[in-house]
Write a protein that binds this ligand. Sequence first.
Ligand SMILES: [Zn+2]
Length: 106
Amino acid sequence: MDKQIEEVLDRNAKLQNALEGMCFQFAGWDDKYGGYTTMGLSALEEAFDVLGWNDPHVYLAATCQWPNCKKQRTSGIPTSNGYMLVCGEHFRALDLKENPNGKECV
Ligand SMILES: [Zn+2]
């Protein structure tokens, strides 16, 4: 492949990666749909448009693993059914269930 084309493709991949990272960091979270939202901010709307994302951008990789919960995962906890990545509310629920005597989770 032509070296100039390779450089352009590499740069575009880096720009897309940086734009996605900025959206992951600065976009809001929509608890109803389980995904990132622009919250009506024009800079994020432009970024979502460039990335081809809907608003909200459903993102299962960051959604709580508790059944039917669409909140953003914020914590991980070992359970009797394996390690779970969950929101704060379900972290507390699982922590109480798994550690009823109040021992700290490691
Ligand atoms: Zn949850």
